[in-house]
Design a protein around this ligand. Sequence first.
Ligand code: SAM
Ligand code: SF4
Ligand code: F3S
Length: 482
Amino acid sequence: MLKYDYKYKTSGVFGVSYKRIEITEGQLARQRELMERVAELNAGLETRPLALVDTYGCQQNEADSEKLRGMLRAMGYEMTRDEYAADVIVINTCAVREHAERRVLGNVGALSHTKKAKPSQIICLCGCMMQEPGMAERIKNSYHHVRVVFGPHELWRFPEFLLRQLQGGKRVFETTPSDGCVTEGLPSERDSAVKAWLPIMYGCNNFCSYCIVPYVRGRERSRRAEDVLAEARRLAEAGYKDITLLGQNVNSYGKDLPGEPDFSDLIAAINDIPGDFLIRFMTSHPKDAGEKLFSTMARCGKAARHIHLPFQSGSDRVLSAMNRRYTREAYLDLIRMARAYMPDIVLTSDVIVGFPGETDEEFEDTLRLVEEVRFDALFTFIFSPRAGTPAASMPDPYTREQKQRRFDALVELQNRVSEEKHRAYIGTTARVLVDGEDGEYLTSRTSGGRLVRVRGDRGLIGTFREVKITDSNTWALYGELI
Ligand code: SAM
Ligand code: SF4
Ligand code: F3S
């Protein structure tokens, strides 16, 4: 079995300090120079070259892909969705579950056809999966059409890797293990003109026993508050209406910075930026969320009435084996506190079914917690063993079929609750942000993040509107513009 270098586990996590690496202006200036060199090469072509960036995984990866697109655009590429037409393909991968990895490898395998049809095509793989021990080697040996492989810590060096390929250089494999770095000032091409990701920190120190993220994303490191605020100001000035602060555990924001600026204070400072926009954030870890966060959300008019607070399991034994560092009762106390401050708060969560050794009774504890809290929505996952994490080598006597049955029971329960909660909106009015279109409907979101489908002119996209809720189902509300 693969083993991680536990140097990473001891650095920074148990009080031993690790070195915070910030990419310097000089290092970035060099990459900008290389971007210009690529742009010059591309300017000499008859037609503008095309690039495709495909993203798997979480919002952090979405935000990284916006940077990859920003760099590609600065290097003279136009974006395409056609993998046969693309001159450069970048696949930004996720390692969190085996299923995600299998999909990536299947799709990368299929790209051998596009490469055959267009031999000059440069195929690049990056993201969390590439940082797994042994993965780069596997790509090197079995996927010869892939030219460039780099992990999340090397993203800022993408121009250098691409130029090397354009100049006929050797295949690139840059996945040295690292605690990670903070990079400011990379260009970014955002996917939406209405909603924006705003990463405030990277990495994770929590080492939940099932999770691969801390190994592939490095240690927690925060962007300086002034950099986050400057970006938030630019987004508000550019007319963004929905800003989501990103981090694996946003409640520990700032602990590695001088003066230890606090996450709640950051929300309050963003709330003071002029403009009509919503502030969202994800993800919060229950062990670090508390009264200050809820009271700040309650008094900040721009803070969306939504909190995503993963509980993972309703059983104290399983929570302890997961290394989550809170109990079921402590979690329920947090929910009560959040609701006391914000009675209309929308609550969503993540839960894992079939953690190694989870018994039927322990799973029942999860069902009971879901009944008790009545979340608005749940993201449910079947445990997926990740090589090198402690949970992957825990005894696991339960079969996939047993786990699937539990999963189905949980989804059925949550669907009933979501359906009931949605039905209660009928007849009420809500302020929504119209954020896109889907077939015959415009899509919009309440402050709590509930999807409301409305009919109207697409010119309304990017505006806040009042709607009357007229219908609902398990997944969405339907409304009429007032
Ligand atoms: N940092 C966030 C937190 O702690 O809540 C979550 C990040 S993780 C990308 C998103 C979700 O994936 C987790 O909340 C967990 O429910 C799920 N997850 C992580 N590792 C998993 C595994 N090995 N098997 C199944 N689900 C997993
Ligand atoms: Fe993974 Fe836990 Fe970190 Fe979330 S807090 S990224 S689940 S280790
Ligand atoms: Fe996946 Fe990496 Fe996010 S493992 S869930 S893309 S941090």
